[in-house]
Design a protein around this ligand. Structure first.
Ligand SMILES: [Zn+2]
Length: 319
């Protein structure tokens, strides 16, 4: 039995998974704000804790857990495994007679700044399904990167400043790692720079970046979070061309939604094929989907799996 209430809990245990509400004991899968809470005791990877500790203010009791190190808590044996989403992002394997896996946000394709996801066999799988519809099949990483370079080079040819809109944590470090290592000079907004520094403190190295200043941007790439796209800071760059880097770029109207000239489908989530691949490899007998819509659970049922979508507001679901 699972309780869903601003987080997930396997009833009969005290361990909350990705609760945004403060709990006595909480596992934080990764440092994105919609997965973190001010818990009294936190279980997270050391990198996740480094990325979100400044936001969680009070001093919790922190249990930093490396990947693949079994740990006993509240009568359960748990183990964290990489989820491939952002630096430090972890899935949790809980053993209480059954093998239960909660994926958190995950991606099966290799990211540059996150460990490759593992897919453990399990009895019960609780998985995110953000892109759980068939139209969300992303191009290969090579193809996405080719389109990114093409966008930048064509902006340079036209004497324009390419501005890349990407979430400050995770996506932006992927972009900087790729572009900086290729020799592009990347100008970062403060929000993005702050997270780059946190990544560096965790041992990730970056090249060729500087703080964004409204001076000479000739031949440079600007990288900032999407919410800055419609601000004065951007409007002052009259010869700009913007691209939103997001899995939602698969939608026709994505450019308009992000207020960008172009949208490139770069994502740190699993696409529809990777979601199916995960299930095929993990072979669970019961699946719960979270985030996204109910379509993916419906799709899994059509494929013969026992699957149920946990929507916000679902209090209890029985297995
Ligand atoms: Zn996330």
């Amino acid at each position: 039995m699972i309780e869903l209430n601003k987080g997930i809990r396997i009833v009969g245990t005290e361990l909350w998974l990705d609760s945004t509400k403060a709990r006595p004991l909480g596992f934080i899968s990764h440092a994105h704000g919609d997965h973190t809470g001010k818990h009294q005791q936190v279980i997270a990877t050391p990198a996740t804790w480094s990325l979100c500790r400044h936001r969680l203010g009070t001093k919790p009791q922190i249990t930093p857990l490396e990947f693949r190190v079994p740990y006993s808590v509240d009568g359960l044996t748990i183990e964290l495994l990489p989820s491939g989403h952002i630096l430090g992002a972890a899935q949790i394997l809980i053993q209480n007679g059954q093998r239960i896996v909660y994926t958190g946000d995950f991606k099966l394709k290799q990211n540059r700044t996150a460990d490759l996801a593992e897919v453990p066999n399990c009895d019960t799988l609780i998985m995110e399904c953000t892109f759980g519809k068939p139209q969300y099949v992303f191009p290969s990483t090579d193809e996405v990167e080719r389109r990114l370079i093409e966008f930048i080079e064509s902006a340079f040819e036209d004497q324009m400043v390419p501005i890349l809109l990407a979430y400050a944590m995770g996506k932006s470090q992927e972009v900087l790692k790729f572009l900086g290592d290729r020799g592009y000079t990347v100008c970062l907004s403060k929000q993005t720079m702050d997270v780059v520094k946190l990544y560096e403190s965790c041992g990730v190295t970056f090249k060729n970046y500087e703080r964004f200043e409204n001076g000479n941007l000739q031949g440079k790439v600007v990288l900032m979070p999407p919410y800055l796209a419609r601000t004065r800071m951007v409007e002052k760059i009259s010869n700009r061309r913007t691209a939103a880097l997001t899995g939602w770029a698969m939608d026709e109207e994505a450019k308009n939604r992000f207020g960008a000239d172009e949208a490139i489908p770069m994502s740190d989530h699993a696409d529809f094929e990777e979601l199916n691949e995960y299930v095929d490899r993990a072979r669970p007998s019961k699946i719960y989907t979270v985030h996204g819509g109910p379509e993916f659970a419906r799709h899994l049922r059509a494929r013969g799996f026992r699957a149920e979508h946990l929507a916000p507001g679902t209090q209890l679901a029985f297995w």
